[in-house]
Design a protein around this ligand. Structure first.
Ligand SMILES: [Zn+2]
Length: 188
C-alpha cells in the first residue's frame, strides 16, 4: 500500500454543518455493482474521488472548499472496481450495536425488545467463540435463565440462526439517521 500525498483539508460552509446535522460527515459507498458496501467520511470519499477509485453518484447542492479548489459534497459514491464483500465482512467488528441491529433489537430467544444484552449461544466456558454465528441479542431474563448452558439443555430455542449481517446493518450502525438520498440504494 503506497501512500501518499496528504489530502487537502476540505471543509463545508459552517452553516451547512449546523443545518444538516451529524450525517453531514457521512458518505454512502456503493460497490461497482451499486450494492451498498459501507459508509465513509467525506474526507475519505474525496480521497477516493481524487484518486479516481470512485465516482460520484449523488452530490449535495453545496460545495466543499480547500485552499485551492472546490468540489461538490459527495453524498453517494460508487467504487470503480468491484470489491469482494466476503473478504471484507470477517473484518467487520462485532459490537453490541451491530448485534442488536442485525437481530432487529429483539431477544433471539423470546422476542422481547427490552433489557437487551449480548449472549454467546455456546458459552465461552464451553469453547464458544465471539463470532457472528455464536452471538445473539438476548434479553436479560433469557440470558439469566440460560446461564452457562447450551440453549437446548434448558429448553430454549433461537428464533433465527445467527450469521454475519449484511452490509445494510453496518450502514445503519454507522449512520443512525439515513439521508433521503441514500434510500433508493439501500432498498434492494
Ligand atoms: Zn428473552
Amino acid at each position: 500500500m503506497g501512500t501518499s500525498i496528504p489530502a487537502p483539508v476540505w471543509s463545508a460552509p459552517p452553516s451547512e454543518h449546523q443545518r444538516r446535522g451529524p450525517e453531514v460527515g457521512r458518505v454512502l459507498v456503493l460497490n461497482a455493482t451499486y450494492e451498498p458496501v459501507n459508509v465513509c467520511t467525506v474526507r475519505r470519499a474525496v480521497v477516493l474521488l481524487l484518486k479516481e477509485k470512485a465516482e460520484v453518484i449523488e452530490r449535495a447542492e453545496w460545495e466543499l472548499h480547500s485552499a485551492t479548489a472546490s468540489i461538490a459534497r459527495p453524498v453517494v459514491i460508487r467504487l470503480v472496481t468491484y470489491v469482494r464483500i466476503p473478504r471484507d465482512t470477517h473484518r467487520r467488528k462485532i459490537t453490541r450495536r451491530a448485534v442488536f441491529a442485525r437481530d432487529n433489537w429483539t431477544c433471539q430467544y423470546c422476542g422481547a425488545r427490552s433489557q437487551l444484552t449480548v449472549d454467546h449461544v455456546v458459552p465461552r466456558s464451553k469453547g464458544g467463540g465471539s463470532t457472528w454465528d455464536n452471538i445473539v441479542a438476548s434479553c436479560a431474563p433469557c440470558n439469566r435463565r440460560k446461564g452457562d448452558a447450551l440453549p437446548r439443555q434448558v429448553g430454549m430455542r433461537l428464533l433465527n440462526q445467527p450469521r454475519t449481517p449484511s452490509p445494510h446493518v453496518f450502514i445503519q450502525v454507522a449512520s443512525p439517521t439515513i439521508p433521503a438520498a441514500w434510500r433508493q440504494y439501500l432498498a434492494a
